[in-house]
Write a protein that binds this ligand. Structure first.
Ligand SMILES: NC(=O)c1ccc[n+]([C@@H]2O[C@H](COP(=O)([O-])OP(=O)(O)OC[C@H]3O[C@@H](n4cnc5c(N)ncnc54)[C@H](O)[C@@H]3O)[C@@H](O)[C@H]2O)c1
Length: 333
């Protein structure tokens, strides 16, 4: 059930109270390119948080609405929407595997509903896909032209939604842009879906050992949330029309190296940290690198090296703990 009705808002951000949504809205508000736009954010608070809403700068151009992206009446809110950032989703891989019907409803049907309900006015539709569409390509370089081969329902739904975007692009001329994000890190994530970066920082700040599953040699690409919001802005560009982009930093780092970076930063602040190793969760340790040359050709260059990004996140988590944000003070197992 939608709780309020607004007219003439030009940018829609679904999943506005989520991790990326709050950061994105703030950045759009700061950007002169979007100065003439109103922003409407929708979220049903499945995992979105009041804090993320509160973090959004007070600005008369933003309206935040409690609503479900699967609601067929949602079009009452969406007249004159020109740009859609469709971020709302159930993002937990385990949750999607265990609740495939609900994940299908929100992730697939919800995406189609937003495409349908904005069809009359939308010009740009930006969709965050995931590296999960590639599945297991251990030892290879992930490139956009590879066929999707997901390993889980989350990845399968991301691949299906990419196909939906292509269909609406082909049949209705909507300027769709798909970004296949790698591991996004920074503060603000839903605790259960938190990335390894914040988990390691939280361990260090709570004086717990950092635990690595397996050898720690498996490499991953990490991208800082501030770089992610810059990528989203690049979608409003003729070169991005109808395109798919790998969206990562382009630098892979092993989990062991990451733990060592966190340890170094903690030690600089006077906190000793132990790193311990336990059995791998999966028999095979997957590793692939991410080709982001296409994204670079769109003008993207990450501002954050992993060292700088982890330090920035460390300080942000530390400040949230000082302010009494309990979720960062709990032992996360
Ligand atoms: N965070 C990452 O590392 C990452 C990586 C790749 C892709 N993505 C994708 O980027 C998008 C944003 O990610 P995030 O990390 O901010 O996720 P998030 O889970 O923090 O945010 C998603 C938001 O959608 C809301 N939502 C869920 N179901 C809804 C519904 N039916 N109606 C309205 N709102 C609903 C949730 O309450 C939440 O606030 C997602 O589509 C995610 O799959 C994220």
């Amino acid at each position: 059930m939608l709780m309020c009705l607004y007219g003439d808002w030009m940018i829609l951000v679904t999943g506005a109270a989520g991790y990326v949504g709050g950061h994105l809205i703030n950045r759009l508000l700061e950007d002169e390119k979007f100065a003439d736009y109103g922003i409407i954010g929708i979220d049903n608070f499945l995992v979105g948080k009041e804090e993320n809403f509160n973090l959004i700068k007070k600005d008369r151009r933003v309206k935040l609405v409690y609503g479900d992206i699967c609601d067929k009446d949602i079009d009452r809110l969406l007249r004159d929407v020109e740009i859609v950032y469709h971020l709302a989703a159930i993002s937990g891989v385990v949750f999607c595997n265990n609740n495939p019907e609900e994940a299908l409803r929100v992730n697939f049907w919800g995406t189609m509903n937003i495409l349908e309900q904005t069809l009359d006015s939308v010009e740009y539709f930006v969709y965050p896909s995931s590296a999960a569409v590639y599945g297991n390509i251990s030892g290879s370089v992930a490139r956009e032209e590879m066929p999707p081969n997901p390993l889980n329902t989350y990845g399968a739904m991301k691949a299906s939604c990419e196909a939906l975007c292509r269909a609406y692009h082909n049949s209705h001329g909507i300027k769709t842009t798909i970004f296949r994000f790698t591991n996004i890190y920074g503060v603000g994530t839903y605790p259960k879906w938190r990335t390894v970066v914040v988990n390691f920082i939280q361990k260090a700040l709570n004086n717990k050992p950092i635990t690595i599953h397996g050898s720690g040699r498996q490499k991953r690409d990490f991208i800082h949330i501030d770089d992610v919001v810059e990528i989203y802005k690049l979608a409003i560009n003729p070169k991005a029309n109808g395109e798919v982009f790998n969206a990562g930093s382009g630098y892979s780092i092993s989990v062991k190296e990451l733990a060592e970076i966190v340890k170094r930063i903690a030690e600089k602040q006077g906190t000793g940290v132990n790193i311990s190793f336990v059995d791998a969760r999966e028999a095979k340790e997957r590793e692939f690198s991410y080709d982001v040359s296409k994204l670079r050709s769109l003008g993207f260059s990450p501002k954050f090296s992993i060292e700088r990004g982890v330090e920035n996140t460390f300080i942000a988590v530390q400040n949230l703990m000082k302010k009494g944000f309990e979720e960062y003070q709990k032992d996360i197992g």
